[in-house]
Design a protein around this ligand. Structure first.
Ligand code: B16
Ligand code: MG
Length: 228
């Protein structure tokens, strides 16, 4: 890392809003219908992972050897997504996770750019419901990407669209796959949540008091000084 800080790139689910809970509920209903075991611990594996990959992981947990055609898989994913879309209709600005509104405000005050690197095709609707669309200079369209997290493509695409070097970015994630993606992109990786699931993060924080611009940038500069 050798560049001055230029941008923050955020994951959405689990960082900005707890839509991960709605993914869990929607996948849970589908898994119950199919008679497949599914609990919160198994759900951890789906965080940051694309819709179709998530479905594959759920079906892999099935106790019988039933197989599904590509068309059936698409239909199941669609059913889950329709349920998920109904659930996210209840999201309001009050659902911004603690510390996020202040952090976005302070990043804009500091004149840094802001990108969104979410694997979710529903991200634009969610940020609109949260009334924070204007905070983002770039929202990466996951439909344009070849690979999902932990591949760095989504974070590299965000940096390229923002016109900044990866090493001048701070990425914030709540999933192990996302931390790996940020690290592989050569960015400073902030993990939010349980340190056990944040292997390799440069900094692990929780929502609330620690989710402050001065705190995060302070650690970024410590790291910058160590490596220059
Ligand atoms: P969708 P993130 C990810 O969002 C979720 O963590 C993951 O659980 C979900 O499967 C994926 O988006 C795709 O979402 O079905 O809405 O397109 O964490 O990258 O913001
Ligand atoms: Mg996430």
């Amino acid at each position: 890392m050798s560049s001055a800080l230029k941008a923050f790139i955020f994951d959405l689910d689990g960082v900005i809003v707890d839509s991960a809970e709605y993914h869990y509920q929607a996948w849970g209903q589908l898994a119950r219908k199919l008679g497949i075991p599914f609990d919160r611990s198994y759900n951890e594996r789906l965080k940051g992972v694309s819709r179709m990959q998530s479905l594959e992981l759920i079906l892999a947990n099935s106790k019988d050897c039933r197989t599904f055609s590509a068309a059936e898989m698409l239909m199941l994913a669609e059913q889950k997504n329709e349920h998920y879309k109904r659930l996210i209709e209840q999201i309001t600005p009050a659902d911004l996770l603690p510390g996020i509104a202040g952090l976005l405000h302070d990043i804009m005050e500091a004149d840094h750019r802001i990108g969104l690197a979410s694997a979710s095709h529903n991200a634009p609707v969610i940020v609109q419901r949260l009334q924070i669309t204007d905070c983002f200079d770039v929202i990466v369209d996951p439909g344009t990407l070849k690979k999902g997290k932990p591949d760095p493509e989504i974070f590299l695409s965000a940096a390229a669209q923002l016109g900044v070097l990866p090493e001048s970015c701070i990425g914030i994630e709540d999933a192990q796959a996302g931390i790996q993606a940020i690290q592989s992109a050569g960015m400073f990786a902030v993990g939010v949540g349980d340190p056990v699931s944040m292997q390799g993060a440069d900094l692990v924080i929780q929502h609330g008091e620690a989710m402050k611009y001065a705190n995060i940038v302070g650690f970024y500069h410590v790291m910058l000084n160590k490596t220059t």
